[in-house]
Structure formats: C-alpha cells, structure tokens
Design a protein around this ligand. Structure first.
Ligand SMILES: Cc1cc2nc3c(=O)[nH]c(=O)nc-3n(C[C@H](O)[C@H](O)[C@H](O)COP(=O)(O)OP(=O)(O)OC[C@H]3O[C@@H](n4cnc5c(N)ncnc54)[C@H](O)[C@@H]3O)c2cc1C
Length: 473
C-alpha cells in the first residue's frame, strides 16, 4: 500500500485506536476533534480538569471488558502495558470468590481479568500514544462541518473525498473515518451530499445517576460487590473500580421514570443506595463527586450499506458513530476496538482503491461480529424498560419471549451453579456469545430448571414504594 491519507473525525477511544491501527499499516492519519483542550498533568488533574464537552459521558462509570482488553493487547501490547501501569488490576467476578453465596476461585478465572481505569485517564493514555506515533497528527479545536465529494460517484453513491472544517478549511482524504461518537454529525452531513444512511432508533433509554468515591488516606477500599451489575425493581445498581483507589456507583433507571429523577440529589441518592446491601458499603467513603446524571442513552444504529449498496463510499462509521446501545453492560469501548480491527482487516484485503468493496467488507464484518451483540442489547433494553414500566404500575412483568425469560433465568441461577455463573460472565465480558456459552454447553436448560420458582430479583433490595419513600419522591 502506498502512503495514503485518512481523516478520522473524533479523538475518542474509537478515533484514537483507529489512528494507531491505520498508522501501523503505513497510512498517514489526521485526527480532528472539536474539543480544544489537551489533557492536563496526572491522573487526578485529568479527572478534575480535562474539559471534554464533546463527550457527555466523559465522567460516567467506564470499564474496559476483558474481551476488549484481550483484543487491545493483541493489537497494541505497548499501550496495554501502560494501562496496566496506570490502572488497577481487576477481576470482573472477583467479588464472587468470597462470601457465602459466592463461588470460590477456579482455574481459568484469570480470563475475567481487566484493568480498572477512569475513562478520562484511559483516553489521555491513548491520546499520548497517538501523538507520539509517527504518521499520526492530532488537531484539537477543529470541528468538522461538511463533507467533500468528488465528481465521480462510486456504484451510484456519493464518494467522499475529505472534510470541511468550521473555519472553512478543507482536508482531503482517501478515506474518512467517522468516529464522532453518539452525537456524530456524519448522518446529517451525509444527507447534505445526497446520501441517506438508514437509522434505527429506540424511543427511550436509561438514565444514569453516578457518584465516584475514594477511600480516605491509608484506608482500604470496601470489598468488591459480588457482581458488578444487579437488577432490582425499577433500578439497576452498577459499580466499577477505577485507577488511583477510586470507584464509582451508578443507579440506573428508566428514562421514563420521573419519580426517580429525585436521585440527582446527593442526599436522596445516598438514601437509596443504603437500601441495596450488596452495594451500600461502597457509599460509605469519601465522595469524590456529586451525582452526575445522564439520559439520552437510547439504542441507535446507522447502516451505511442499505439493500446491499453503500449509501456513500470513502467514509465508514465506527464505534458509537455506528451504533450505541444501553451502556450499563459496558460494551461500548470494547466493541469499538473490534470495529477498528474490522476496518484494518478490510483495508488489508481491499486497500483504498476499491471504495465500494471496502464499504461492503466493513459492513459485512460489522454485521457478523457487532450487530448480534447490539441486537441482543437492544432486545434486553426493550424488555427491561417494559419491566420497569410494569413495576411502576405495580404489576409483575410477564412475557412469552423465550430469549428474555432465559436471560432472567440465567441471572437467577448464577448463584446456584458456578458453571452458569461463569457462562454468564463469559457473555458479559465479551469472551463468548450466548449461543456458545449457554446453548451449546447445555447450561441454558440447567439455568431454567434451577431458576424455576425463584424470585425475579436474586439480590436483596427494596420494593418500589420503599425506594420512593427513601428518596422523598
Ligand atoms: C453513561 C455511559 C456509561 C458508559 N460506560 C461504559 C463502560 O463502562 N464501558 C465501555 O466500554 N463503554 C461505556 N460507555 C460507552 C462509551 O462511552 C462509548 O462507547 C465510547 O465513548 C465510544 O467512543 P467513540 O470514540 O466512538 O465516541 P466518543 O468517545 O463520543 O468520541 C467522539 C469524539 O468525536 C468528537 N466530535 C464529535 N463531533 C465532531 C465534529 N463535528 N468535529 C470534530 N470532532 C467531533 C467529540 O468531541 C469526541 O471527542 C458508556 C456510555 C455512557 C453514555
């Protein structure tokens, strides 16, 4: 491949990993980001002071799943070494190894190992790696406001030849990578040049109420909860550690749940957390933040190939710009790493001289590896939101949907069978598909038998009226 030029729109995790992988292929990369400021100083300064208005979830709970770390380590081992040096070692099921309901450590549990690091700190490491990599130029404070098109169409679709920036600048490129995140302008900009990607969008998502904590000097952090994400009547509770002795706790509600908007108040939030015994010790420490609330997390997907034809060539959408899903399962950055590898592999096969074939190959890889995960999450969202709606009405949620009922059974049965627990962890950590971990192994049937007659929510927590009273709703 001769030296060619790619413009990457966005310097979030997707844009930076893309830049690193393409530079390793000998492609020159210019990364443009609308946010003007570089990360300051050390991890705590980055956390406190790095202003990133382009990423609304910048200071929300973020974990890198073992499946994502594994892939990153295959592609960028030096970067992972730095992540390990900055973050804290963490095993996703380590909380189950102790305690009466737990499942003692088994050989092979190291596959659930990852590195705990706060999102801004992770991103600063990625950015530093990109900025010192030959062939990559990162330009901050440069907002993309238009797409350039050539005279020739490819396969009857507009062919993108670069981008226009807010100051009227033009940056030509053999390929534009849209890594503009969940609010990427690419759909709108493609519309301006006559291309119509297909958008699927759910009407409601979840709402996140997150608080970060740190143990006082010299004190140990509270023990890791038995499982990082537990679902309850109306609320899911999520906790993940970060670097530098920090951890977060998030209360997740339906975006439609107006009464629980009271959780944005730190006192109400603390009262609520005390009702969940698996997580309440995590709220006893020094709060590092108030409660950061975030909604607008609906699932959305943009298809760049419709009915087998690329809607435009010379551009691909990766990571959150391609699709966003319910973030409580923490898949976003790991799927993004996978997506960048799909693009790199397609480039190795097709190069940049056949843009239509490149678009089709990226789409095929996306459909094969990413879409099943996204569809699984979107399916879970629909049922969980309907379940919360039913709880709000004071009813139990019933459905004949087998896939949802199996998911609920597996969640319940994980405390009764260590093999079911690990199968669930394999799926949750993006190490195996549900088909591989649960169906082919025969564990699905076992989970259904074990869960029969058990209560819907396996972990202790309040019923909705008690929760509403606690938060003063
Ligand atoms: C509440 C919440 C919790 C989450 N928790 C997790 C988690 O635990 N684990 C996980 O893996 N993922 C998590 N995610 C998802 C994760 O945040 C995303 O998957 C990830 O940020 C995607 O990276 P990205 O680079 O695609 O997009 P982003 O990180 O959004 O980056 C997009 C970049 O594009 C830039 N940009 C946008 N428009 C323009 C423009 N016109 N011109 C120039 N630049 C532009 C922005 O400034 C930004 O820097 C969570 C998400 C949410 C909402």
């Amino acid at each position: 491949m001769t030296t060619r030029h790619t413009v990457v729109l966005g310097s979030g995790p997707t844009g930076l990993v893309t830049a690193l992988l393409l530079a390793a292929e000998g492609i020159r990369v210019t990364v443009l980001d609308g946010d003007p400021l570089p990360p300051p100083g050390d991890a705590d300064a980055i956390w406190d002071d790095w202003h990133r208005p382009g990423v609304h979830q910048f200071r929300q709970t973020h974990g890198l799943l073992p499946g994502g770390l594994y892939l990153l380590n295959q592609e960028l081992p030096g970067l992972v070494e730095e992540l390990r040096a900055t973050g804290s070692p963490h095993n996703m099921i380590g909380g189950t190894w102790a305690g009466s309901a737990g499942s003692p450590r088994q050989p092979g549990d190291e596959r659930y190992d990852t590195v705990a690091v706060r999102r801004p700190v992770l991103e600063a490491l990625l950015l530093a790696e990109a900025e010192r990599t030959p062939g990559i130029t990162v330009r901050r404070g440069v907002r993309v406001t238009g797409l350039l098109t050539g005279d020739a169409q490819v396969a009857g679709s507009p062919h993108i030849t670069g981008v226009v920036t807010e100051d009227g600048g033009r940056v030509a490129a053999d390929l534009v990578v849209d890594a503009g995140g969940r609010n990427s302008p690419a759909g709108r900009l493609l519309g301006q040049v006559g291309a119509a990607p297909r958008e699927d969008r759910a009407e409601t998502g979840f709402r996140y109420y997150t608080r970060f904590f740190r143990a006082p000097d010299g004190a140990a952090a509270p023990p890791q909860p038995a499982w990082p994400l537990c679902h309850h009547d109306s609320v899911s509770v999520l906790s993940l550690p970060g670097d530098s002795g920090v951890w977060s706790v998030t209360l997740v509600t339906s975006g439609r749940d107006q009464e629980l908007r009271a959780l944005a108040d730190p006192d109400a939030w603390q009262h609520a957390l005390r009702l969940y015994p698996l997580f309440s010790p995590l709220g006893e420490a020094q709060p590092l933040t108030g409660v950061t609330a975030m909604g607008g997390t609906e699932s959305r997907r943009r298809r760049m190939v419709v009915d087998g034809v690329p809607v435009a060539t010379g551009i691909v959408s990766l990571g959150d710009a391609w699709a966003t899903a319910n973030p409580q399962f923490g898949t976003g950055m790991s799927l993004a790493v996978r997506h960048t590898v799909i693009l790199r592999d397609a480039l190795r096969l097709v190069g940049l001289d056949d843009p239509a074939e490149l678009a089709l190959r990226v789409d095929a890889g996306t459909e094969e590896f990413l879409t099943p995960v996204w569809e699984g999450l979107a399916h879970w969202d629909r049922h969980r939101l309907a379940e919360i709606d039913a709880e709000i009405r004071g009813e139990a949620y019933r459905t004949t949907d087998e896939a949802w009922n199996l998911q609920v059974a597996v969640e319940t049965a994980r405390w009764q069978d260590p093999a079911v627990l690990r199968a669930l962890a394999d799926v949750a950590c993006l190490l195996a598909s549900p088909e591989e971990a649960l169906v082919k192994s025969g564990l699905a049937g076992r989970a259904v038998t074990l869960a029969a007659g058990q209560p819907r929510y396996a972990e202790p927590g309040p019923a909705r009226p008690e929760l509403l009273t606690a938060v003063g709703a």
